[in-house]
Write a protein of this length. Sequence first.
Length: 271
Amino acid sequence: MFGRHGPDRLPGVGGLFEGKRGLVLGVANKRSIGWAIAQRLADEGASLAFTYQGERIADGVRSLAQSVGSPLVTECDVRSDGDVERVFREVGGAFGGELDLLVHAVAYADAADLEGRFTDTPRDRFWLSLDVSAYSLVACARAAEPLMAAAGGGSILTMTYLGGERAVPHYNVMGVAKAALDASVRYLAWDLGPKNIRVNAISAGPVRTLAARSIPGFSTMEAIVEERSPLRRSIGAEDVGAAAAYLLSDGAANVTATTLYVDSGFHAMGL
Ligand code: 0WE
């Protein structure tokens, strides 16, 4: 049998991530970028734990996780230090005290703040967005460090967006959160490098996730990428999955503190 990513493998034989253990945060449904990354890793033999936020999506995430033979699915509200610490204790328990891969695909801003003027962002919702979208990477990296050190090293990957470097209309507070996230990637890479833990980001162009479809003007953004990017095409979650597999693999052994653009080249254009 041949799937999209080549021949199916016998369990335990020959994949790029055979014997690797990973944790994926930020899967909400089958269209999530986190899920596209997870599928790719699982196809190549990784054993993956998952977290979800809120009972509303628990059943959906459990059934996705089950389809790739996950040993652990647990709730995590990344705003809670207690939750993050418990989750990494559970992960350590499931994986013999070691962890190789961490995928952080988490972000949140109040929908109201992705529409109007950035100027109007209230203080509480500004900090909520930075807490969930940026600080959560720091909290997870800190909790992952001993598990990855025990494994002899590891690879951490987060998702960012061009709106953290340039003003993208309506991206607003999420842009500020991504700027903090991008800087966090560099400082975490410096701190964790001596333990052979790499920290990188993928900057994806607009991907048609469920969250994205609720954003007014999303189709217009896709059309702009299709017209003005060097490759003249929009981005699929599977494109992000493939790039993620590279950054998480030993093929990227000397790649850290960097951002890989998966955006059809859009970021390089001036107009
Ligand atoms: O990072 C993102 C969006 C992440 C996101 C999406 C939502 C929708 C539902 C964060 N919070 C929420 N909150 C919700 O209530 N992207 C890179 C996709 C995106 O979102 C935009 C974009 C692009 C691109 C919003 C405005 C303008 C451009």
